[in-house]
Ligand binder design. Structure first.
Ligand code: K2U
Ligand code: ZN
Length: 171
């Protein structure tokens, strides 16, 4: 397993739509293992494959509160099949937009359908941090970032800050 470098805003890759996984190959299994390693190293609660530069619909999440017992879940081709009417606001962050946080309102509970690494189709109902993270990660697979749920003013400010930093780092 390898810790892979993170793709950071304003990298255009973050705006691309990721491709479905059509076959569970050793390459997919290695990708998932590297994502889990990278997620814990960050540290993060979740990670989408695009955040390490791979445009495949693969997500890893470990929203368990007990940091000593690692329990990651690998989601292949995850999709939200039901969302609650009730909403919840969470102060979100993103490993691709380091050290920036903003309040995002999302459905409080969701039901997600995905394929696991054994090729089985699974449905899972989630609430709390897991529900927020699932929606955040599936947004990533569609080229959507949590700043897109903020005001244009805040989004433009963040984009300007990270674009300036990227130019400075390139010089
Ligand atoms: O996709 C990512 O960038 C990892 C995200 C996952 C996440 C976003 C919002 C809310 C919960 C999870 C985070 O950077 S992981 C770090 C984290 C953990 C809890 C709350 C905020 C950020
Ligand atoms: Zn993110």
């Amino acid at each position: 397993m390898t810790v892979r470098p993170l793709v950071i805003l304003p990298d255009a890759q973050l705006r691309l739509v990721s491709e479905p996984v059509t076959e569970i190959t050793n390459e997919i299994r290695t990708l998932a293992a590297d994502m889990v390693e990278t997620m814990y190293d960050a540290p993060g609660v979740g990670l989408a494959a695009v955040q390490i530069g791979v445009l495949k619909r693969v997500v890893t999440i470990d929203a368990s509160k007990d940091e000593t017992a690692r329990n990651p879940t690998v989601y292949l081709n995850p999709e939200i099949v039901w969302s609650s009417e009730e909403k919840r606001v969470y102060d979100e962050g993103c490993l691709s937009i380091p050290d920036y946080y903003g309040e995002v309102e999302r459905p409080d509970r969701v039901r997600v359908r995905y394929m696991n690494l054994d090729g089985q189709i699974v449905e899972q109902e989630a609430d709390g941090l897991l529900a927020t993270c699932l929606q955040h990660e599936i947004d990533h697979l569609n080229g959507v970032l949590f700043i897109d749920h903020l005001s244009k003013l805040k989004r433009d400010r963040v984009l300007k800050k990270f674009t300036k930093a990227a130019k400075r780092d390139a010089a």
